[in-house]
Ligand binder design. Structure first.
Ligand code: E4P
Length: 221
C-alpha cells in the first residue's frame, strides 16, 4: 500500500518526505485555502514547490475548480503541463467523468475525488481514472462504517479486473490506515499526524529504555 500525505502544508510534506516512506501527496481546494494560497499563479507555484519537495516519481494530486466539462479539461491540461508528477483531481460528477474519460484518452493521469459509493467507483474505473478517492472519514462522520466502502470497492474492482488504484481518502487516524491496509486499498492518503501515530507503542518505549539501561549497566561492571 502506497502512503500519500494529505496536505498542502510544505513543512508537513518535507517532514513526511524525510521519513523515507512517502509515495505522494494529495491536496484539495480546502487544504490550499488553509495554507493561505490564493490566486491562480500562487496555486500553480505552490504545486510546483510540492512537486520539487517530493521529487521524481511521486504523484501529486492537484484539483480542478471548474465544474463544467470544458473548464475542467482546460484547467486539467494546464495543471498536467506544470510538472510530470501532477495527477489531475476531478470530482465525481457527470462532467467530471466525461473529463476523466477525455484525460485518459490523451494520457493525462487523474484522481476521481468525492467518491461515496461503489456505483461511483465503477463509473470512474470505466472512464479510465488512474486513482479513485473514496472518503472514509466523512462516512464515519455520518455514523456509517467508512471502511465498508473500501471493502466493497476492493471486491468490485478485483471481480471486474479494473486497473484504477483505490486511494483511500479522508483518513482521520492510524486505525483507519491499518483498516485500509487490511481491506486491500492500493494507496492511503493521510494527514501527517495519522502517519506519525503509527510509530508509537508504549511497549516499544519501555523496551528501548530497558535495553539502554542494561547496556549502560554492563559497561560499568
Ligand atoms: C483527499 O484527497 C481528500 O480531499 C481528503 O482526504 C479529504 O479529507 P477530509 O474529509 O478530512 O477533508
Amino acid at each position: 500500500m502506497l502512503f500519500f500525505v494529505d496536505t498542502a502544508n510544505l513543512d508537513h510534506i518535507k517532514e513526511a518526505s524525510e521519513l523515507g516512506i512517502l509515495d505522494g501527496v494529495t491536496t484539495n481546494p480546502s487544504l490550499m485555502a488553509k495554507e493561505g494560497i490564493s490566486g491562480d499563479n500562487a496555486v500553480l507555484q505552490h504545486y510546483q514547490k510540492i512537486c520539487e519537495i517530493v521529487g521524481p516519481g511521486h504523484d501529486v494530486s492537484a484539483e480542478v475548480i471548474s465544474t463544467d466539462y470544458a473548464g475542467m479539461v482546460k484547467e486539467g491540461k494546464k495543471l498536467a503541463e506544470l510538472h510530470e508528477n501532477i495527477v489531475v483531481k476531478v470530482p465525481m460528477t457527470v462532467d467530471g467523468v466525461k473529463a476523466i474519460s477525455h484525460f485518459s484518452e490523451i494520457g493525462i493521469r487523474t484522481n476521481c475525488t468525492l467518491v461515496f459509493s461503489a456505483g461511483q467507483a465503477i463509473l470512474a474505473a470505466k472512464a479510465g481514472a488512474t486513482y479513485l478517492s473514496p472518503f472514509i472519514g466523512r462516512i464515519d462522520d455520518m455514523s456509517w462504517e467508512g471502511i465498508d466502502l473500501i471493502k466493497e470497492i476492493v471486491e468490485v474492482y478485483t471481480t471486474q479486473g479494473y486497473e484504477t488504484a483505490i486511494l483511500a481518502a479522508s483518513i482521520r487516524s492510524p486505525l483507519h490506515i491499518v483498516q485500509c491496509a487490511k481491506a486491500g486499498a492500493d494507496v492511503v492518503t493521510c494527514p501527517l499526524s495519522a502517519i506519525k501515530g503509527l510509530f508509537y507503542h508504549p511497549l516499544t518505549d519501555i523496551g528501548l529504555e530497558k535495553f539502554l539501561a542494561d547496556h549502560k549497566k554492563s559497561q560499568l561492571s
